[in-house]
Design a protein around this ligand. Structure first.
Ligand SMILES: [Zn+2]
Length: 411
């Protein structure tokens, strides 16, 4: 068994880092990447944090888990990477952006503190770096408002609203916000990451750097319509939001190079389970993810994969979830080697993009023009039958109702 640290930098776009061709100056990440396997085309299972991270850590697509709220417990029938690591005797810990949100009902994640308290994270590493562990860090300060200081939820909301207001002022303001984002990515790489790498024993630890989703700034429509953070990620399934970096460095580091083929964040749990020598349960065929260990250790090509990503209606601040899956999951996407299919079940709206000639996904191809892609559409629409609505804790429902009543939203 080998230790691993999984660092998920929230909203980190696939093209933001220097080693991924981005403008940000990220020498610390680039150095790590030069001793790692870099998956150049990695697709996330969902466009926002909760469903994406749940899928990443279970190897199961988020619509099959039914997770779309912070306070939902994870369904017991799939063993997460956390549970597999704990069962193998590893110490399991997570540092999340706010302990009242991510993993609030996921005890197996072993929430040990907030990633916004870097000192306590460093202390944890100093104390435990010599024992086998799985450490999950959800780094928050690459998320809007792109500010690297600890914030309460209300300060965070206020500051984010100010950034959105700037974006609404027109296309010219976007450049300023993008510069703010770029500096946040640079601070992640050059201020925060070196502190972690300094105390981590990188000779005995797998180090993973990825993200839960990317980010957009209203490039596809009217900036005046940007109302909340879900309009930057969460409400679309285009590549700027679904593609993320995935860099995996073995203990001691070794250059395995770049993998251009399509892989998915849902592959992370089975891959890490394999690499860390954990049990078979996290590599079962009932999972959607597959192990990419052979790509990393033997330089093998990944199998030909397609990626399913799903979007949910925004129920984050509502007490209940809808009863039926088709009310919760309102858009599905299928990414293949060449094409991107997007389907909205409620209106049966379909979009198709040929990524070879149109990587920006701007030219929708009418379905009748490419009738031989029917099997792709069948594959995608079939996902609705596998979708479900997960459990919501009754106590949380009552608490949310009370909060909404206090705000005057509910009678
Ligand atoms: Zn996120």
């Amino acid at each position: 068994m080998t230790s691993a640290v999984i660092i998920v930098a929230d909203s980190l776009r696939h093209d933001a880092l220097g080693c991924m061709g981005g403008e940000a100056q990220t020498p610390t990440v680039d150095r790590m990447a030069s001793e790692s396997t870099i998956f150049e085309r990695t697709v996330s299972a969902a466009p926002w944090t909760v469903p994406s991270i749940a899928s990443m850590m279970t190897g199961v697509y988020s619509h099959r888990l039914g997770l779309a709220k912070w306070e939902q417990p994870w369904p017991g029938e799939y063993r997460s990477l956390f549970a597999s690591a704990a069962q193998a005797g590893l110490r399991v810990a997570s540092f999340v952006f706010d302990t009242a949100h991510l993993f609030r009902r996921v005890s197996e994640a072993g929430v040990a503190g907030s990633s916004q308290d870097t000192d306590s994270l460093i202390r944890w590493l100093e104390e435990h770096r010599n024992e086998p562990f799985l450490l999950f860090i959800h780094y928050w300060w690459t998320h809007i408002p792109y500010v690297d200081k600890p914030m309460t939820m209300s300060a965070w909301k206020q500051t984010s609203d100010r950034v959105l207001e700037v974006l609404r002022s027109g296309d010219a303001a976007r450049k300023g916000v993008q510069a703010l984002y770029r500096r946040a990515v640079e601070r992640f790489s050059e201020v925060w990451l070196p502190r972690v790498f300094d105390v981590l024993d990188m000779d005995s630890t797998w180090t993973v750097l990825t993200s839960d989703h990317g980010e957009s700034w209203g490039e596809r429509g009217e900036t005046s319509k940007l109302a909340d953070v879900f309009d930057l990620h969460g409400n679309t399934l285009y590549d700027e939001v679904l593609r993320v970096p995935l860099i995996i460095r073995p203990p001691g580091g070794s250059r395995s190079g770049r993998i251009p083929q399509l892989v998915r964040t849902v592959d992370l749990a089975p891959t890490m389970s394999d690499l860390m020598g954990l049990d078979e349960a996290s590599r079962r065929p009932s999972l959607d993810g597959v192990s990419l260990a052979d790509c990393i250790q033997k330089g093998a090509h990944p199998p030909e994969l397609d990626a399913v990503s799903v979007m949910n209606r925004d129920f984050v601040d509502l007490p209940d979830l809808p009863a039926s899956p088709d009310e919760l999951w309102n858009a599905f996407a299928l990414t293949t080697r060449r094409y991107k299919y997007i389907w909205r079940p409620q209106t049966d709206t379909r979009q198709l993009f040929d990524l070879d000639v149109d990587p920006g996904e701007t030219q929708n191809i009418p379905a009748q023009e490419l009738p031989d892609l029917e099997s792709g559409w069948r594959r995608l629409t079939g996902e609705l039958a596998r979708a479900k609505v997960g459990e919501v804790m009754p106590k949380d429902v009552e608490k949310t109702r009370q909060r909404l009543r206090n705000l005057g939203y509910l009678e």
